[in-house]
Ligand binder design. Structure first.
Ligand code: URA
Length: 220
């Protein structure tokens, strides 16, 4: 069966699917909601929708339980992730594992971990708006495939791009948002927490909020 993207390509009507974000950036990647996991992995591995494909070692799709209740979304692969092809395997990843363990979770078990960008920005610079927009269809496809009960965003880029806002983390945290019909809790990025230890207490509050929210969702 042809995927929706292939059907649209056959029909030659590519540009109609180019939704724009608030800054007017469109992705050259069509909506990929009809993709299977294998098709999605293949699309990310061969993606050249933004300039990052020229400097990355490989695309990093994500890892973990594809039927997870928890979807954790970070910013972009760093140097180690780019080499190993898995998200959050460096120092920030160790802290993420500790954060998950603090609320009784373990990487790969009822948790799926991914990033807003699937390719490493050179020198770990911040993602550019055009790159975030280009990669968005992949993230949306992952959300559709996992169908999580709750999304936990790590850091500013994940929160702002999913909530389509430019509000700061400090203004976004402390309450439950919705991404489409999925509850979404915002917390700090573990790499930020490694440099700003006092904010770990706030991150703990966010994790407790996420855990309480999940408990209520499961009970309902
Ligand atoms: N930082 C991220 O946002 N994602 C990773 O995968 C690693 C570090």
């Amino acid at each position: 069966m042809l995927s929706r993207a292939e059907v649209f390509a056959e029909l030659g009507i590519g540009p109609v699917w180019r939704q724009r974000d608030r800054q007017g950036h469109a992705s050259p990647v069509p909506p990929v909601s009809a993709y299977s996991w294998d098709q999605l992995a293949d699309a990310v591995a061969h993606c050249s929708a933004c300039g990052l494909h020229t400097s990355r070692t490989q695309g990093v799709l994500g890892m973990g339980d594809r039927n997870a209740d928890w979807l954790v979304i970070g910013e972009a692969p760093g140097a180690e992730e780019d080499m190993r092809g898995e998200p959050f395997v460096g120092q920030a990843g160790k802290l993420l594992d500790a954060m998950l363990a603090a609320i009784g979770l373990q990487r790969g078990d009822n948790v799926y971990i991914t990033n807003v960008l699937k390719s490493r920005p050179p020198g770990n610079r911040n993602p550019e708006p055009g790159e975030v927009a280009a990669c968005r269809p992949y993230l949306l496809a992952q959300i559709e495939l996992v169908r999580p009960r709750l999304i936990l965003t790590l850091g500013r880029f994940a929160a702002q791009s999913l909530l389509d806002t430019d509000e700061s983390i400090s203004r976004l945290r402390g309450r439950v948002h919705q991404f489409r019909d999925v509850p979404l809790v915002v917390t700090y990025h573990p790499a930020y927490l490694l440099r700003n230890l006092p904010d770990k207490a706030r991150a703990w509050e966010d994790l407790c909020l996420a855990r309480r929210t999940m408990q209520a969702l499961v009970a309902a």
